[in-house]
Each structure stands twice: as structure tokens, then as C-alpha cells.
Design a protein around this ligand. Structure first.
Ligand code: FMN
Length: 167
């Protein structure tokens, strides 16, 4: 088993946060795997008005919101001030991050922070997700992302990803 205290990366006393939005549970499942590998606090990004569950309805709504660059209000904007490394996860919605993650990035100050981005998708890959995150947090250091088809992320691949970046 790799997932024990001893195998966690040496983050040099840096504080780790895993923040994610998940509509249908895939990104949440990957976030939980990351927490098992890296430790750290968890923060679920939640829109004040939950998105519809029906797939076609949410797909159509998200398309309109993307066109208008809507930043939906969140239940809690969170606070990244006390963290050094933020794992930031999203489902891919229309080739980029979901709206609530755009809000989260724009409502927090990521200057000087390290972002470890991750996403889950339905077959199209990360598309512009990570480059768009960097645009919304221009003074953060956005490192290589971890991309998972739905929730198929493997623990050993997550571990390899974490070990391969210079935290
Ligand atoms: C509104 C919406 C837009 C989507 N757009 C894409 C896309 O552009 N590319 C893709 O590969 N998958 C797309 N998908 C599939 C999701 O990225 C995929 O199911 C993801 O794992 C869902 O994560 P979640 O369960 O954490 O919400 C879309 C799904 C929804 C609901």
C-alpha cells in the first residue's frame, strides 16, 4: 500500500488544500483519492443555486453560461490565504472548467500560490481547462495537471503525478 503516512510527499511544511467542484461525483471521487495521497484539507466549491441534475438541461445551461462568461455565486467563496499548494479540481464543461471554479478563482487571491490542477472529462480530455485556470490566476504557478476520464483515476498514477512535480 502506498497510501500511508510515510509515502506522502514531503511538502516541506507547506499547507495543502484540495478544492473542487463536482456536479455528478466524478471529480469528488478523484479529489478524495488525491487527499489520500497528498493529505491536506478539503473544500467543496458549491454554487448557491445548484445546477439541474438532468444531463441535457445542465449541458444547455452551461453552454449559455460559458458564452456569457457567467460566474455563479457560491455558498462560500472559501479562503486560500493560509495555503501554499492548492489542488484545484473541476469537471470539464464545454472544453474548460465549470463556472463555479471560475468564480472560486476570481474571488480568491492566488498570487504566489502553487496550483495543482486536475479535471475529469467524458472523453474530450482537459481541453483548455488548465490554461484557462492560469488566465484567471495569472500570478499563481499552475503546475502540470492530472486528467482523468470520468472517475477512472488510478491511485498509482495520482501518486506518480504528485511525485513528479516539484512541490
Ligand atoms: C455541462 C457539461 C459539459 C460537459 N462538457 C464536456 C466537454 O467539453 N468535454 C468532455 O470531455 N466532457 C464534458 N462533459 C462530461 C464531464 O466532464 C464528465 O462527465 C465529468 O467527469 C463530470 O464530472 P463530475 O461528476 O465531477 O461533475 C460535460 C458534462 C456536462 C454536465
Amino acid at each position: 500500500m502506498f497510501a500511508n503516512e510515510n509515502s506522502k510527499p514531503d511538502t516541506g511544511g507547506k499547507k495543502v488544500l484540495i478544492a473542487y467542484y463536482s456536479h455528478s461525483g466524478n471529480t469528488k471521487a478523484v479529489a478524495e483519492k488525491i487527499q489520500r495521497a497528498a493529505g491536506g484539507d478539503m473544500f467543496e466549491i458549491k454554487p448557491l443555486k445548484a445546477y439541474p441534475e438532468d444531463y441535457n438541461t445542465v449541458v444547455a445551461l452551461a453552454q449559455q453560461e460559458k458564452a456569457k462568461d457567467v460566474r455563479p455565486e457560491l455558498v462560500d467563496n472559501g479562503d486560500v490565504e493560509n495555503y501554499d499548494i492548492i489542488f484545484l479540481g473541476t469537471p470539464v464543461w464545454w472544453y474548460t472548467m465549470a463556472g463555479p471554479v471560475k468564480t472560486y478563482l476570481s474571488k480568491n487571491n492566488f498570487d504566489g500560490k502553487v496550483i495543482m490542477p486536475f479535471c475529469t472529462h467524458g472523453g474530450g480530455g482537459e481541453s483548455s481547462t488548465y490554461t484557462d485556470m492560469q488566465k484567471l490566476a495569472p500570478n499563481a504557478k499552475v503546475l502540470r495537471g492530472y486528467t482523468s476520464y470520468e472517475r477512472s483515476a488510478k491511485d498509482e498514477d495520482i501518486q506518480e503525478w504528485i511525485n513528479s512535480v516539484n512541490l
